[in-house]
Write a protein that binds this ligand. Structure first.
Ligand SMILES: [Zn+2]
Length: 339
């Protein structure tokens, strides 16, 4: 590989972050972030992404011809083959074509993947998963998602959705989940689930310092607010977080028993902002797991934080280069022939 830069795009629920990444070191040369606001339709979404890419390239003083390609990690369901964002989480966009227009504009291959998959790739190359061929990465925030690495490769599954750990069943007749099912792990262990449990308990008359925040934010409580309530010694917040973390531990024990990985890497808003949550989930796992599965299991936090999305997205294109180098060669020929 002669090119040493790629562009990574983190297309999230509220923002678009693009960065020029040194693919050998994971270093970010320049990045540009914009709020997504109303950008929902095809043209608006594409132009928003292009704006951030153009500015990041300019700031890094790198031209489009110097990059290997563009990787996009999107929060939502993606059609990898055709580079289409099928359904974006919390955004309302459907069937947005991303790979084709971006590939035409910049003259390089573009690869689309989901946000958890790219964060897992980033941990594998530059984070807690370095030198580890079998691990499970789980991210807990508004939902619970995971990336599975088996024998050094990301497991994608038959229809590309392997790792939807948040929708494994914890209780057959349990709480309604965002996916339409009942009793999913995500409906018990995510920040959204914990916030809902806190709100319900306050409404039933329990006391909490978070009571005043329910009206202000219409029932939505952020990880930071939960962290502040814990720091203030709020018993209800402590109890709800402990319960959520125990549910996570119970749910993950099943997956760990199935996969027998070397490491479990935990990341996301709740893990980063609420240390108590990580420790409790960890304890719950070691309480339940088969001794032979748990004997050499290492559980640790992800290390890349906010920039895992752009670095991992850039790595998506590196992965494509190693799998399908011919696609990159044809791009070079096309680019030359259009001059
Ligand atoms: Zn579900």
């Amino acid at each position: 590989m002669t090119k040493k830069y790629a562009v990574g795009v983190d297309f999230g629920g509220t923002k678009v972050l693009s960065a020029v990444v040194n693919i050998e070191t994971g270093e970010i040369l320049a990045s540009e972030k914009k709020k997504r606001k109303q950008a929902k339709e095809q043209d608006e979404v594409v132009s928003k992404i292009c704006n951030t890419i153009d500015e990041a390239l300019q700031e890094a003083n790198v031209s489009a011809s110097e990059i290997l390609g563009i990787g996009i990690g999107a929060a939502g369901m993606t059609d990898r083959e055709n580079g289409i964002l099928l359904k974006a989480a919390n955004i309302g966009s459907t069937n947005v074509k991303l790979a084709e227009p971006l590939s035409q504009k910049y003259g390089v291959p573009v690869q689309l993947g989901n946000d958890v998959e790219v964060a897992t790739l980033a941990e594998k190359s530059f984070g807690a998963g370095v030198n580890c061929d079998n691990f499970l990465c789980v991210f807990v925030g508004t939902g619970v998602g995971s990336g599975v690495v088996v024998n050094g490769s990301i497991l994608r599954g038959h229809t590309g959705v392997a790792g939807e750990i948040g929708h494994t069943t914890l209780f057959p007749d349990g709480r309604l989940c965002g996916c339409g099912g009942h009793g999913c792990l995500e409906a018990y262990a995510s920040r959204t689930a914990i916030a809902k449990a806190i709100v319900a308990r306050i409404q039933r008359g329990e006391e909490s310092v978070l009571a005043s925040q329910i009206d202000e934010s219409k029932g939505i409580i952020r990880s930071k607010a939960i962290f502040q309530a814990l720091a203030a010694g709020d018993k209800l917040a402590e109890d709800a977080v402990r319960q959520g973390a125990e549910y996570l531990g119970i749910g993950l024990t099943s997956s760990l028993t199935l996969l027998n990985p070397e490491k479990l890497i935990l990341g996301g808003g709740l893990i980063e902002s609420v240390p108590h949550y990580f420790e409790t989930a960890r304890e719950e796992i070691f309480k339940r797991i088969l001794p032979i599965t748990g004997s050499k299991l290492v559980i640790e936090k992800s290390v890349l934080g906010d920039y895992a999305g752009v670095v991992g997205s850039a790595l998506l294109i590196v992965e494509q280069y190693s799998l399908h180098p011919e696609k990159f060669a044809s791009h070079e020929v096309e680019a030359v022939s259009t001059i």
